[in-house]
Structure formats: C-alpha cells, structure tokens
Design a protein around this ligand. Structure first.
Ligand SMILES: *[C@@H]1O[C@H](CO)[C@@H](O)[C@H](O)[C@H]1NC(C)=O
Length: 590
C-alpha cells in the first residue's frame, strides 16, 4: 500500500478509535530531563495468561508519583483485553542516568510474606510500559538454599532499567532484576532501581521489531505449511472441477438423449435417479428460514469484517499497540451491520418470508448475544477472582451503546434495503406443491455424515497456521504475520467453497433436497474441528491451571469458533446456492 494511504488510514484510526495517551507519550518526543512515566500494568502467574491482577494486588510498597496521571485508561479494546496502567511513581528523566536508588521500603508481615511466597511459587510475572513499549519481569525465584537443601522463595529487590534512545525518542527498554532476598516475615524489603540511558541508532519506526520473534514466525516450517495448504487447495479445486465437469456433462448428455429419444423417455425417467429428480423441491424454502437468514447475514458480515480488519492491521501495523485490533474489530462490526442486515434481508425476501421483525432482530442479536453471554460468564468469574480481566462497568455500557446506537439501526436499514433491492426471487425451477419423500440412503450419504466429513479438508488447510496463532496468543508472542493469516484465510474460504459444492452435489444426488442447512453446516463444521484442536492444544501443549484460566481459554476459543463457523458457513452456503442455481438452469424443469 502507498505510504500516503497508509499514514492516512493509521491517522484516521488513531483519531477515531484511540483514547488519549498521556502527555508526551502521544508525540513520543522528549526533551532532556523531561519526566518519563513508568506504567505498571498487570501481574499474574506465568502459565495463565488471562489470570492477571492489578500490579499492586500483591503487597508492594509504592512511592507517590511526582509527575503524570495516576492511571492511564486506554482505548476500548485495551480495557476489554484487561489492561489498566497505573503510574509506578518511579522518577525517571529522559537521558538522565540514575544510580542504584531506593524508591520505597516496607517491613514484611506474615500475611504479606505468605502472599509473596505464593506468587513466587506460581512464577508471577509483571508487565511494565515506558512510552508504550512493554517490558516484563519476574517477581522472584524459588532457589534451593545451599545449607538446608530446601527450596526457598526469594524476591528481586532491584530493578535495572536500560533505555535506548535515539535523539529525542525512546527506542528500546529492557528490565533487569537482581538482588534476590529470601521472603521471610519480619524482614525489611528495600526496593531499589537504577536507570541507564544508552544511545542507539535504531530508527523510531523500527522499534517494535525487537518484540517480534522472527525465528519462530518466519521459520521454514511456516513457509512450508503455507505452501502445503496452497497445494492442497489447488488439488482440491482440481478434483472438484474434474468431478463436476465430467459428472455433470454425463448427466446432461443423458438428459439430452432422453429428450431426443421420445420413445424411451417415459421409461428412462422412471429409472432415472440423482439430482435432476428433485428439481421440484430443491428451491423449496429451507426450514427455520429466519434463523438461516440471520446466520447467513451475520456470516457474510463477519467475513467482510475480518477481511477489512486484516487489511487495516497489515497496513497500519496495529499489532504494535495494545487493544487496537480489538477496537477495530468492534468498530468495524458496528459499521458492517449494514452488510449483515442487507444480506439477511435479501436472503429472507428471496425465499418469500414474512416474519420481518423476527429476522431482523435475530440478525442483529444472535452473534452479539452469544458473545455477550460468554463474556458475561467470563466476567462474573473474573470479578469473583478480583482479576484485571474483569471488564469495568463503563466499558460494558459503551459496548452496549455502540451496539444499540449504531449496529442495530444499521442492521435495520440494511434489512430494508436488502428486502427491496435484493429480494426478488429468481429460481430456474418452480417448487412443487407437495414435497417429495426423501428416499433412505446409506449413512454416508446422509446430511450428518456429509457435514462432518466436509470440515476436515478446510481444517487441514489451516491447522498449521492455527498452531502458530494459538502459540502466539497463549504464549506471550506478538503475532505479526497477518499477511500469512490473510493468505490462509483466503485458502480456507476457497477450500470451504469446494467442499460445500461437492457436499451439495452428493446430497442432491442422493435425492435429498435439504441442501441449504447441510451446505451451511458442512462449511461451518470446520469451526468444530478448530475447537477440537484448541482443546487438544490446551491439554497437551499448555500448562494452564485453575478455573479462571480454563474458562477464559474455552470462552475465547468458543467466541472465535462461533465467528469462524458462521463466516465459513455463509461462504459455503453461497457457493452451494450458486452451484445449485447453475446446474438446474440447464435442465428443463417440468
Ligand atoms: C549512562 O549510562 C550508560 C551505561 O552505563 C553510559 O553509556 C552513558 O554514557 C551514561 N550517560 C550519561 C549521561 O552519563
């Protein structure tokens, strides 16, 4: 993308979506001797990324801040992701070295000692920010003492900050922890810090590269996996094209023959089987039409939304700042509600539905409602644990307002537009008055079997990327290869289209005309496999423990899988629908 467009996009996003940053953190430029604020964010056990608490949840003493705000409330996404920056109170001045200095001290009573010991045993780590750059450190370490041979919890008292600068900007921050002291009731803890400023010539624009694990993400295996998926998708397309072209040509040829050979027509038709027999039923409106309309509408909306957010993320390198991707997702969701309403309204009208309000409300509420329900459960658990992952009331109200004030009206408008502009039914074959009976077929030709089998191939095309995504999301790695994600997402959709078409063909050939839900569910079933893989990952590849973390893991996974399923389902449905329309267009229906 051209640099101009990129800058404009990023600037627009910044202005519309991001909350105000404190003072010079907005410009990222400092004068010599100007105060630089050290923010502390969250603290929690290393194995449980979502089990986070406010830094001062542990009994740390805290100096009174001399400069800057007390708290830094960030943008919406940042708050929803469970960040809350608190001023550490440590005095740091731009380009002024500080030798080892005590910033506060506290006597340790029995209760505090025990809490800190537990934190050290659970390998508590914390996150700090200087000028929007994160750094991490451990609270302490359990060391085996040489005399008794018993393991003993010790706490780091000294924090050594090394800050790299380039002219008037901060380029890199690093935190070193030293001075281990045994945690025993009655000792005095003297917390110290030191700051050294080191000049560097890394330009400001490349300061985030330190956080990107290029060895991991740009590993050969990653490239191989992309190539692998690509070949698989090409192969799949080839197979689909071959099967369909050959089979359909044969089908059509037979049909033309029948028409010419009038004598044997009667006999041929009675003997004939396959998809042509159900031409009078295939365009029958699907059962539970409002629900399917809502799902298909939402799915198209989510596909467009995901595509947009990926593009914005790649263009604006949004992964560099906290919560920005989530904020963009929410903002884009509200705007794309128009697309959801339009698709759902048009779909519903084409099938001659009349329960408008119900469809509209379903489209607007189904997906956000499901997410809200999951979030509500997670939030309740987080509040019970006093975790920072609990979303503050104000943010909940803001999200609800966004939904009710923008998303809902847009969905309504979209429904009306879709109904008027895209609602004219045009089917190649008329629907018979009386539905035909569906013959009994072997199990592998029934919808459940087709649905289950269909998810496997698309899942196969993404599961290595899935490994990278899960590993970065649950293991403190910054996922930055969104170009890969876009590629894999595209391949997933292509694979879904192929599989959906084949599944529909198999189903119609079995003289089963309930293809609409089957096509939707067959495409959506990829998400079920993704969920299964995530469960496997949780059990065998992570060491998370506790109710809170388990619930957050499965809750987040469920949210993502719901979105993925609906989105793939809609794409698969439209592929199947186009296919069905196409094959019946070329035969004479009655
Ligand atoms: C600050 O400390 C660093 C590292 O010890 C040193 O390289 C640098 O020259 C010092 N800066 C000043 C202004 O003393």
């Amino acid at each position: 993308m051209a640099p101009g467009v990129r800058v404009a996009l990023a600037a627009a996003l910044w202005i519309v979506l991001l909350g105000p940053a404190a003072g010079d953190e907005r410009t990222h430029q400092y004068k010599i001797g100007e105060p630089v604020i050290l923010w502390v964010n969250k603290i929690g056990p290393y194995n449980n990324p979502q089990e986070t608490y406010n830094y001062f949840y542990l009994p740390f003493c805290r100096p009174v801040p001399k400069s800057g705000k007390e708290r830094n409330w960030g943008n919406l996404g940042e708050v929803l992701e469970g960040n809350e920056l608190v001023n550490s109170g440590l005095a740091i001045k731009f380009r002024e070295n500080i030798t080892k200095t005590e910033f506060c001290s506290q006597p340790l009573d029995g209760n505090q000692a025990e809490r800190l010991q537990r934190a050290v045993r659970d390998r508590y780590w914390y996150e700090m920010f200087v000028d929007e750059l994160p750094m991490w450190g451990f609270v302490g370490e359990a060391r085996r003492s040489p005399e008794s041979g018993k393991s003993q919890e010790q706490i780091y008292l000294h924090k050594d900050f090394r800050i790299g600068y380039n002219k008037d900007r901060i380029i890199e921050v690093a935190l070193g922890c030293n001075d281990l002291v045994p945690l025993q009731p009655g000792v005095d803890l003297h917390f110290t810090y030191s700051v050294s400023w080191v000049e560097t010539d890394v330009p400001f624009t490349r300061r985030f590269e330190r956080y990107l694990d290029q060895g991991f993400f740009e590993h050969k295996i990653h490239w191989f996996s992309i190539l692998n998926s690509f070949l698989m998708v090409v192969f799949l397309i080839g197979v689909v094209a071959m099967i369909l072209l050959r089979t359909l040509r044969k089908d059509y040829a037979k049909y033309t023959l029948d028409l010419n050979d009038m004598d044997s027509l009667e006999q041929e038709i009675s003997e004939e089987s396959g998809w042509k027999l159900v031409h009078g039923d295939v365009f029958r409106p699907p059962p539970r039409l409002p629900l399917l309309s809502a799902l298909v509408g939402t799915g198209v909306q989510l596909s467009v939304l995901f595509f947009f957010v990926l593009l914005i993320t790649i263009a604006g390198t949004l992964f560099e700042s906290r919560g920005t991707i989530l904020t963009s997702l929410i903002a884009c969701y509200t705007i794309t509600s128009l697309i959801g309403g339009y698709t759902s309204g048009g779909f519903y009208a084409r099938h001659g539905g009349t329960a408008w309000i119900r469809t509209m409300v379903l489209t607007a509420c189904l997906f956000p409602g499901a997410l809200f329900l999951i979030a509500f459960v997670l939030n309740t658990i987080a509040i019970a644990y006093h975790s920072l992952s609990a979303v503050p009331f104000g943010s909940i109200v803001l999200v609800l307002l966004l939904w009710a004030g923008i998303s809902l009206p847009l969905c309504l408008a979209g429904t009306v537009l879709g109904r008027n502009w895209a609602g004219i039914p045009s089917t190649p074959c008329r629907v018979k008055r009386i539905p035909s009976a569906i013959p009994c077929k072997p199990w592998h030709l029934t919808p459940p079997a087709i649905i289950l089998a269909s998810g496997l191939l698309p899942f196969g095309s993404i599961f290595i990327e899935l490994y990278f995504i899960l590993t970065s999301f649950w293991n403190y790695k910054v996922y930055y290869v969104y170009g890969f994600m876009l590629l894999v997402w595209t391949m997933l959709l292509i694979a879904t289209v192929c599989v959906s078409v084949v599944g529909t063909y198999v189903l119609l050939n079995a003289e089963n005309y309930h293809w609409q839900w089957t096509a939707f569910l067959a495409s959506a079933s990829t998400a079920a496999y993704v969920f299964g893989y995530s469960a496997y990952y949780f059990i065998y590849r992570t060491t998370m423990t506790g109710l809170l973390q388990t619930c957050f893991y499965y809750g987040y996974t469920l949210m993502v899988c719901l979105g993925l399923g609906v989105s793939c389902g809609a794409v698969g449905y439209f592929a199947a629908s186009t296919f069905v329309r196409q094959i019946y267009r070329n035969i004479k229906c009655d």
